[in-house]
Design a protein around this ligand. Structure first.
Ligand code: 13P
Ligand code: SF4
Length: 370
């Protein structure tokens, strides 16, 4: 093995000793480091994190709340982000230069964010401008790389999250005639449809084959929204068949889904919304009500445990975990915390200055309206 491989291994993979630690030892050590570091340490945890991680989070939230909380926290020197790569990058972009952001396992990516790379996006933009002229504003779901956020920032666009997508799409139409929505076609389609845009006023851009996907022949003057052909591999697993099964088997059950689910599923559901909205809806629901939830498994399991007075099931009986979110666990968290105490820089997320400058413009346009 080369020295480079050794270094990469060291950075990427959890040292063996953490794997063999007992749960009690892990809990004890993490708790002790948290106490020693006090306010110098901030641990945000996304709602999809496992309970073993959430128990140590200083705050838990959806992607918008976590971005806002990181931007507001000026005290913490070390931000150990329990979520996925794009969330940690966003935290780094929104925090000061003297604050360091860590991702406990660098392999915790997001398959949706990986579906739009910057070269594909630059090439798509050229093709779109050729077809539609200077009429397009780009919006990117925060589930995207820092490079895509920077691209959007430089073209006067903004980021969106699942909890403010409606507001941001409405804002975008005050700026330009058309929107390019990256990288989640489902969130883009669901949001635009809610705002009264017809399906035939939307077109999908396929970044692999570099062409439009459209039923019949496309009249460019009719198109209002260009949807990037990306999706979430977790939420695509909630299907119309799942909805039909629940409707037939439990006629008095409510269905609530995340807007990353396909359009047909969202149309058939009773409610749709971000992880925050799903949690609030279940919290506010009357005792005895029944809910089938279409989102990630850790969150559904937590809601089942927290609301024994309600009947809660996953909309997909085979449950859908986000494998990358699940990479963060107690051993990786302890590895990060011990490295911080030793002054080692393991699993640091650092977005370069130029990218930060442009990406922050896109994030700020959203945060100013969120
Ligand atoms: P929220 O913005 O609802 O937290 O969702 C983030 C996410 O990655 C959902 O898959
Ligand atoms: Fe990405 Fe989907 Fe996982 Fe969310 S649930 S982090 S969109 S892969």
């Amino acid at each position: 093995m080369t020295m480079l491989n050794d270094l990469l291994e060291e950075e990427l993979f959890l040292p063996e000793r953490y794997r063999s630690m007992s749960e009690e030892e892990l809990v004890e050590k993490i708790t002790a480091i948290k106490e020693r570091l006090g306010e110098k340490l901030f641990i945000p945890g996304h709602h999809y994190q496992k309970d073993e991680v959430i128990q140590f989070a200083d705050v838990s939230g959806d992607s918008l709340q976590l971005a806002q909380l990181c931007a507001a926290n000026e005290k913490a020197e070390h931000i150990v982000f329990c979520g996925v790569h794009f969330m940690a990058e966003t935290a780094d972009i929104l925090t000061n230069d003297d604050q360091t952001v860590y991702l406990p396992d660098m392999r915790a990516g997001c398959s949706m964010a990986d579906m739009a790379n910057i070269d594909q996006t630059e090439r798509a933009w050229d093709a779109l401008v050729e077809t539609f002229g200077d009429t397009i504003i780009p919006l990117t779901y925060v589930n995207s790389t820092a490079a895509i956020k920077a691209f959007v920032g430089r073209h006067d666009g903004a980021t969106v999250t699942s909890s403010n997508a409606h507001q941001m799409v409405e804002w975008a139409f005050t700026q330009k005639e058309r929107i390019l929505f990256l990288p989640d076609q489902h969130l883009g389609r669901n949001t635009a449809a809610d705002l009264g845009i017809a399906l035939d006023e939307m077109v999908v851009w396929d970044p692999i084959h570099e062409k439009f996907e459209y039923e019949g022949s496309m009249d460019p003057s009719r198109i209002k929204v260009i949807l990037w052909k990306g999706h979430c591999s977790v939420h695509e697993n909630f299907t119309v068949k799942n909805v039909e099964f629940v409707r037939e088997t439990y006629p008095d059950m409510n269905i609530i889904v995340h807007p990353e689910c396909p359009y047909e599923v969202v149309q058939l559901a009773d409610v749709d919304g971000s992880t925050k909205k799903i949690i609030e809806t279940i919290e506010q629901a009357e005792s005895g009500t029944k809910w089938a939830i279409g989102t990630e498994m850790n969150l559904v399991n937590r809601l089942i445990a927290q609301h024994p007075d309600k009947t809660i099931i996953s909309l997909n009986p085979y449950m859908c975990p986000c494998l990358t979110m699940n990479r963060i666990d107690m051993p990786h968290l302890l590895w990060s915390l011990e490295s911080i105490e030793k002054g080692e820089t393991v699993n640091v997320i650092e977005v370069d200055e130029e990218t930060t400058k442009e990406a922050i413009a896109a994030l700020d346009r959203m945060l100013a309206r969120a």
